[in-house]
Write a protein that binds this ligand. Structure first.
Ligand code: CA
Ligand code: CA
Ligand code: CA
Ligand code: CA
Length: 600
């Protein structure tokens, strides 16, 4: 048995991995050179250019609120005592002496010969929590309280202030290693899920960009990847079993390998993810970063029950490297994401660190955090229903409807949580809607007689209805009971008349009642399940179209390889017997070490 090793799905840094200290935001902003917008190394120039057009304008201290009222800051290109003295006489004060310059703070009205306005540069990140519309939810107190989220990754910096208060349990599944996050990936991913916002990185809108999606979720850390960023299959499988056994509701897997152009349920890791989903755990996994080299979604994201997440930039533009194809589900921000890092990785020790990383690794925890919000708001939803909530609430991008580049589109947390509150979309939320899986049952509806269903959610089925047929009635009706029944019948007839009622639901229900009310409701309790099964059937047909045979399916999966063209990971031999996946020649390239500035 060959053990496979998976790769973290972060494109770390794109050359913009800045270590920043926790000192004042003004220092961080002004200390950074203008370089970031020019040093992004993009795989696609078109998409890269579009990204760079955002926020390239250089600002002033006044625009950024960094100077006192009525003041301006100037950069004097000389230290000549005469010029400096002249400036001081005009009310300026020197703020910073450099080798050839002086930074002056002056009254706004004055002009100093030889001085230019001190420029203020911007960090090249963005508030991705706002982009996925989770920020308004946090203002309403919707923060994923109490939902257990497992991040199976490179471990954690347990002392990081963004993390510490939420860390519940940590276990290492890497031989000879504790859960310390030497690589930084697990801490970064965890911060995106539930960063506390302890450091204030305020942008022009007053948003604190360090906040995570679900800051009140409970964090379970399984270290399944080595300090070098490699993730052995057995460790991942162990971590998934551990998470399921510990009542975790969401598993984040920002790792993967291969590029599958179908769902990949026969893959060992994918099968385990499907198993976890069947145990009630939502598994969110990266779509992979290799699409520019080989289209498809990496495993385990390609598992049919996993939620596979691709990456868009701040403008909702898909990144060319972001995994695509039939197994892609949704998109989330994944370019230049600011989050927590161990201080050793950020180079800021002893102070806690932060940095900007990119990849589907960073997109995935946005969705895992959102799933925590959904599950906190409606714990009754099954993983399949959470998936429905996510996909049907996403902002459609690219071609209309689901497509291979964007899946169902970029997740929309506000719409998803609204949908979680009213799953069947009948306009009524739990708990008022006594059957939130059935849009025909709602307190907004009128009772339909004879179907044994509490259509109007008042706790009684078929109330105020005519007496059952005489054959089923054991006692003769008294005269008073008879008269009350007959008056109820009359009012029921009146209310079901489309002419007498202006409410649309009343007229639609009356036609349902007169046609086949009982059959409508006997089937409606399982309407959702049937819908789902129909959908699954469609999927199966599509997959069968890929050859309708084991060989055809295998060939499709064997087109896969890693993003790195130098590393042909998944060449399937032509003559592979059943059970072929165990024989795939997958192994880490000998002696290869990875730089944090390369794609991960
Ligand atoms: Ca409802
Ligand atoms: Ca309902
Ligand atoms: Ca009722
Ligand atoms: Ca009824």
């Amino acid at each position: 048995m060959i053990s496979r090793t998976f790769l973290l799905s972060a494109l770390i840094g794109f050359g913009v991995l800045f270590a920043v200290s926790t000192s004042a935001a003004s220092v961080r902003k002004s200390a950074l050179p203008n370089a970031p917008s020019g040093t992004l190394r993009m795989n696609s120039t078109a998409e890269g250019e579009r990204h760079r057009q955002v926020d390239t304008r250089v600002r002033t201290c006044k625009e950024t609120g960094l100077c006192a009222a009525g003041k301006q800051r100037l950069l004097l290109g000389s230290k000549s005592p005469k010029e400096v003295f002249s400036a001081l006489l005009k009310g300026c004060r020197s703020k910073r002496w450099l080798s050839n310059n002086v930074v002056l703070e002056c009254p706004e009205a004055v002009t100093i010969p030889g001085a230019t306005t001190e420029r203020v540069f911007a960090l090249q990140d963005y508030f991705s929590v706002a982009q996925v519309l989770a920020a308004p939810l946090q203002l309403q107190g919707i923060k994923g309280a109490g939902v257990r989220v497992a991040v199976l990754d490179t471990g954690i910096d347990p002392t990081h202030p963004e993390i510490a208060g939420r860390l519940v349990q940590q276990v290492s599944f890497i031989d000879g290693s504790d859960t310390t996050d030497v690589y930084g990936h697990g801490t970064h991913v965890s911060g995106i899920v539930l960063g506390q916002g302890t450091s204030i990185f305020t942008d022009d809108n007053g948003d604190n960009r360090i906040l995570g999606i679900a800051p009140q979720a409970d964090l379970f850390i399984g270290k399944v990847c080595t300090d070098g960023g490699w993730c052995p299959e057995g460790s991942i499988l162990s971590g998934i079993e551990w998470a399921v056994a510990n009542g975790v509701k969401v598993i984040n897997l920002s790792l993967g390998g291969g590029a599958f152009m179908t769902n990949c349920d026969s893959d060992t890791l994918a099968a385990k993810v499907n198993w976890a989903s069947n145990q009630g755990v939502v598994v969110v996994a990266a779509a992979g970063n290799g699409a520019a080299q080989a289209p498809g979604v990496s495993t385990p994201g390609c598992a049919s029950l996993a939620i596979a997440v691709g990456a868009v930039d701040r403008s909702d533009v898909r990144q060319s490297w972001s995994g695509n194809g039939p197994a892609l589900d949704v998109m989330a921000p994944g370019l230049g994401i600011l989050s927590s890092l161990p201080c050793a990785v950020a180079g800021t020790c002893p102070e806690s660190g932060y940095g900007w990383w990119s990849g589907t690794s960073m997109a995935t925890p946005h969705v895992a955090g959102l799933v925590a919000l959904i599950r906190a708001e409606n714990p009754s939803l099954t993983p399949a229903e959470v998936r429905t909530v996510l996909t049907q609430s996403s902002k459609d991008l690219g071609d209309a409807g689901w497509d291979e580049s964007y899946g169902f589109g970029r997740v929309d947390a506000s719409a998803a949580v609204a949908r979680a509150h009213d799953f069947d979309g009948d306009g009524s939320s739990l708990p008022e809607d006594c059957d939130d899986r059935n849009p025909l049952v709602s307190p907004l509806k009128t009772e339909i007689c004879g179907n044994s269903v509490d259509d109007n959610c008042n706790g009684q089925a078929d109330e105020n209805c005519a007496a059952p047929p005489p054959s089923s009635s054991s006692a003769p009706a008294s005269s008073s009971a008879f008269s009350s029944v007959s008056s109820a019948s009359v009012s029921s007839i009146a209310s079901s008349s489309a002419i007498s009622s202006s409410a649309a639901y009343s007229s639609s229900l009356s036609s349902a009642a007169t046609s086949s009310a009982s059959s409508l409701h006997s089937s409606s309790s399982s309407w959702k399940k049937e819908d789902q099964e129909e959908k699954d059937d469609d999927n199966d047909e599509e997959h069968n179209d890929d050859g309708n045979s084991e060989n055809g399916r295998r060939d499709a999966e064997c087109r896969t390889h890693w993003w790195d063209p130098l590393t042909p990971w998944a060449r399937c031999p032509i003559e592979t017997p059943p059970g072929w996946e165990h024989d795939r020649p997958i192994a880490a390239p000998p002696g290869q070490t990875r730089s944090k500035h390369n794609k991960d």
